[in-house]
Write a protein that binds this ligand. Structure first.
Ligand code: FES
Length: 142
């Protein structure tokens, strides 16, 4: 499987790995893919309605690490509403492409981001257009 240089860069030197100190008022989203077993967790620090920082922890393949890395870069500085517009396609384009067999990894990044947005919105009584509750793994279509 061929990964391009940009994907390899984000895999080898992932940006924004980690978490925020316990007790911080953040948005957190965790999603997994049952088939490959990969798990992705995204954390968002928000001020007003702007995401001022984002971090992630991913247990998964190289593309899962790369997509979560670039997704955190993409959301920093965006409003909650703008972040909700980020699709797996946008993530893939930002990485200048992924092998077809790795498309689901970018879907996981979109889902993790949306799960974190959902979590933040729930905590603060907000409605973010286009953000739905995270998919229950048991209901995912195989
Ligand atoms: Fe499952 Fe990459 S192989 S997220």
């Amino acid at each position: 499987m061929e990964y391009n240089d940009k994907v390899m860069d984000h895999f080898m030197n992932p940006r924004n790995v980690g978490d925020f100190p316990e007790g911080e008022d953040i948005g957190t989203g965790t999603v997994g893919n049952e088939r490959c077993g990969d798990i992705m967790r995204v954390f968002l620090r928000v001020e007003g309605d702007v995401i001022v920082d984002a971090k992630f922890k991913t247990f998964g393949c190289g593309a899962a690490v790369a997509t979560s890395s670039i997704a955190t870069e993409m959301v920093i500085g965006k409003t909650l509403q703008e972040a909700a517009q980020i699709t797996n396609k946008a993530v893939t384009e930002a990485l200048e492409g992924l092998p077809a067999a790795k498309a689901h990894c970018s879907v996981l990044a979109e889902e993790a981001l949306h799960a974190a947005l959902w979590n933040y919105a729930q905590k603060h009584g907000l409605v973010i257009d286009g953000v739905k509750p995270p998919i229950d793994e048991s209901e995912r279509a195989h």
